[in-house]
Design a protein around this ligand. Structure first.
Ligand code: 5GP
Ligand code: MN
Length: 336
């Protein structure tokens, strides 16, 4: 493992840098990546953000977004950049399987690998690690990495601040999850001082829905919501045909699970969606209920205690059945 002084030394010379993040990037994945990107380019580095897959349109406005490369669309160029990189920053993930086929390319690369992340149980593929599961967002860690480790608070300009604010806002569910500490608010205040316009960012991310997204949300809530009263659990499951019917795009399903969790007394909410090749689960929970444990144990996934995800190769119907059959195991936790 490298120490901070050695990493700082490397960063004192212009380097070829790849920044990557988990597949189907969310606000924190893109916010932390572009925040770091906007920081690094000020120092003359040749930096590129490579997203393993596409990501929702409500994130396309962020500064630097026009320079992002999507691996599935520009595979050869991505592979070349990874092979030639001096440094690879891995943000908001800690297992190479989270970046799909890019994982092997990163593993094989001789670049110095830097992990900045807040998920449990990191895999051992990095040379430098800035990792804290108590952080509410990877963007929060990128902020303290720049200000505390690299001592370059002076380079947090409006572009960096705007991206990092977006990451913190989205991963903390608009500053309301328990890990939104007083220190997070102090960081957010300094991002505003540096030029992040809070109300505008909120508007760009959350008031940017298509008519389809809203109608699909309405359909999910009125026709598809199932309450499992005995287990304080709410469930929404949608078929591939329903996605097609509402012309649902990447990102349109994001956040729907939170509506199910917002019902009084509900401790666990699941959004189960039949994608083209597999069934994807999103779980959310309140308090100490370990949503990530269910995802890890039964659905080849993981995540945070209150926000986790996984997948299933069973049919949608069978996946729903499997999910329901798991609940008795957790009954005491769910009804307490
Ligand atoms: P979402 O429900 O928004 O897709 O994911 C919520 C969180 O669960 C993500 O931030 C990520 O930490 C985790 N997560 C989602 N899907 C997976 C998965 O397939 N594997 C793992 N390890 N974590 C996942
Ligand atoms: Mn995150």
């Amino acid at each position: 493992m490298l120490d901070t002084a050695s990493l700082n030394n490397i960063l004192n010379q212009p380097q070829k840098i790849v920044i990557t993040t988990h597949h189907k990037p969310d606000g924190d994945a893109m916010g932390s990546s572009l925040g770091l990107y906007n920081y690094l380019i000020q120092q003359g580095h040749h930096a590129k953000v490579i997203a393993p897959t596409d990501y929702p349109e409500f994130l396309w406005w962020m500064p630097g977004n026009e320079e992002v490369i999507i691996y599935t669309e520009q595979t050869e160029q991505s592979a070349l950049l990874i092979a030639e990189a001096d440094l690879i920053f891995c943000l908001d993930f800690n297992a190479l399987s989270r970046i799909n086929q890019m994982g092997e390319l990163v593993r094989e690369s001789s670049a110095v690998k830097v992990m900045i992340d807040h998920h449990l149980e990191p895999e051992d593929f990095d040379d430098y690690r800035y990792w804290n599961i108590n952080a509410c967002a990877t963007a929060q860690l990128v902020y303290s990495f720049i200000t505390d480790e690299l001592q370059r608070a002076d380079l947090i300009n409006a572009d960096v601040a705007t991206c990092l604010y977006t990451g913190i806002m989205t991963d903390s569910a608009s500053f309301r999850l328990p890990n939104t500490t007083a220190n997070v608010h102090r960081i957010v205040a300094s991002l505003m001082d540096a030029g992040a316009v809070n109300w505008r960012i909120h508007e760009l991310v959350y008031s940017n829905a298509s008519e389809n997204r809203l109608r699909f949300l309405g359909y999910c809530l009125s026709a598809k919501l199932e309450i499992l009263t005995d287990y304080n659990t709410a469930l929404i499951a949608v078929t591939h045909a329903e996605l097609k019917q509402y012309d649902v795009n990447t990102g349109d399903t994001e956040g729907i699970v939170n509506y199910a969790l917002s019902i009084a007394g509900i401790k666990l909410a699941a959004f189960i969606v039949e994608r083209k090749d597999l069934v994807k689960l999103s779980l959310r929970s309140t308090g100490t209920f370990p949503a990530n444990e269910i995802c890890k144990k039964y659905f080849k996934g993981g995540g945070h205690r209150n926000a986790a995800g996984g997948q299933s190769e069973l049919s949608l119907e069978q996946t729903i059945e499997k999910f329901k059959q798991i609940l008795p195991e957790y009954k005491t936790l769910l009804i307490q």
